[in-house]
Design a protein around this ligand. Structure first.
Ligand SMILES: Cc1cc2nc3c(=O)[nH]c(=O)nc-3n(C[C@H](O)[C@H](O)[C@H](O)COP(=O)(O)O)c2cc1C
Length: 215
């Protein structure tokens, strides 16, 4: 073989090896770029998911439905509200249960009538109600002589509800909520009162009302 041919073969081998090395290294760079891009993309998705979770946590408020019900009507409405809001249902249980004769509004000397006629009456509550951990409290009661039963005032007097949002609701034979609602707004001014409503035991009425609230 002459010298020229040998030099040519060597030159071709050198070029081929060079090109191969270049191709391998540029492929490696591309892989690195791609994997970096994937890592960045994954980080972005993780960050976005974390931000969404934070927003959901901050907008999720703790809700309670705290109610007194002597004969079960207000309880049914309270249960509907619980289903709609996924809040905690808490009953205000009187230390001394109201008997039928206690509730006899035809008798001017019945226990309920006497309590309603005495603005400082505060019937005792039997159970320990933890209102502290809630941001929003639906407060339910029957109307007694046009107003909220005094045991509701026992609850309001004995808990620090400063800055919390309270939403009154009531059931009644026919009387509205305004007398009791105005009493709350005028006498417990440190509470953020939303407008309340007298409700029938009607799932559709309760649903429409709860959905209309902005709390
Ligand atoms: C002592 C007493 C007084 C009442 N006063 C009124 C009243 O002033 N206006 C009215 O519409 N209903 C009045 N009611 C009817 C109740 O508000 C009504 O039956 C209510 O839905 C009962 O709720 P509960 O079952 O949760 O206790 C009175 C009931 C009682 C026992």
């Amino acid at each position: 073989m002459n010298k020229k041919i040998i030099s040519l073969i060597i030159a071709i081998i050198v070029i081929a090896v060079g090109v191969s090395i270049w191709l391998i290294s540029s492929n490696k760079d591309n892989n690195n770029l791609n994997s970096n891009a994937n890592i960045n993309e994954n980080n972005d998705i993780a960050n976005a998911e974390e931000n969404t979770a934070d927003t959901e946590i901050s907008s999720r408020k703790k809700i309670a439905i705290i109610y007194f019900s002597a004969t079960g009507t207000t309880r049914k409405v309270a249960e509907y509200i619980k289903e709609l809001t996924a809040g905690d249902l808490i009953e205000i249980v009187p230390k001394e249960k109201y008997t039928d004769s206690d509730l006899n509004y035809s008798n001017s000397d019945s226990r309920a009538t006497r309590e309603q006629n005495n603005s400082s009456a505060r019937p005792e509550i039997a159970n320990n109600i933890d209102a502290d951990s809630y941001d929003v409290i639906f407060l339910g009661y029957p109307i007694w002589w046009g107003n909220a039963p005094r045991i509701i005032l026992t609850f309001l007097d004995n808990h620090d509800l400063n800055g919390k949002t309270l939403i009154p609701f009531c059931t009644s034979g026919s009387s509205g909520i305004s007398t009791s609602e105005n009493y709350f707004k005028n006498n417990y001014k440190n509470i953020n009162w939303l407008d309340g409503k007298r409700l029938e035991v009607s799932q559709s009425e309760v649903t429409a009302w709860v959905n209309s609230l902005n709390y």
